[in-house]
Design a protein around this ligand. Sequence first.
Ligand code: ADP
Ligand code: MG
Length: 212
Amino acid sequence: MSGHFITFEGGEGAGKSTQIAALHDFLTSRGISVVCTREPGGTPNAELLRDLVVLGETGRWSALEEMLIMYTARSELVRTLIKPALKEGRWVLSDRFFDSTTVYQGYAGGVPLSRIRKLNEIVLGNFGPDLTLILDVPTNTGLHRVASRAETISRFEKQKVTFYEQVRDGYLQIAKENPKRCQVIDGTQSQMDVSQQIEQIVVKHFDAELAP
Ligand SMILES: Nc1ncnc2c1ncn2[C@@H]1O[C@H](COP(=O)(O)OP(=O)(O)O)[C@@H](O)[C@H]1O
Ligand SMILES: [Mg+2]
């Protein structure tokens, strides 16, 4: 039996990494074999591309060039890690996936969405997540949380506040257009409340497989 593919989306500091770890533990405790990955990255080659695209100055790449690098990394990640894991019946949780390109390079970066859709079709065909959890927080909340975190600052964190507002609106638009696949979660709740809400959504979405 094939596994399931769940993606986590949202702006910087929305709580993706925190919640992916929590869902990993929840699913594992129910006897499910879970693989966690992240984008851009997730494989040795794709992590090299991650450094190229994530580090450096804001103007290092055009949004179109970023999109091409992201899809190169994504293609390899899907081919060598995600699809094989799903085939083995494992569940894959990814910290970001194609909606991030639509939002960062499209809605906020200015690449026409039709171009992104075309490239997506070329690279992935109709492959995509079974469920996407969009963590939504006001821009300032996210940026505040990131400021207090001990990670290297990325190129995307150096953008202006309007960029983040476009990111947030972009995600809400995607959710509106893909109501079956996407669920928006209020990320300003406590970590525990967000985790519980995610668990409920996942149990409901994958009903048969998660019945106790
Ligand atoms: N619901 C929450 N309430 C308050 N702080 C949170 C919450 N979720 C995560 N955080 C904190 O905010 C920071 C960013 O969270 P993180 O999971 O790394 O976000 P992301 O991966 O989306 O950038 C971390 O320091 C984390 O501990
Ligand atoms: Mg993170």
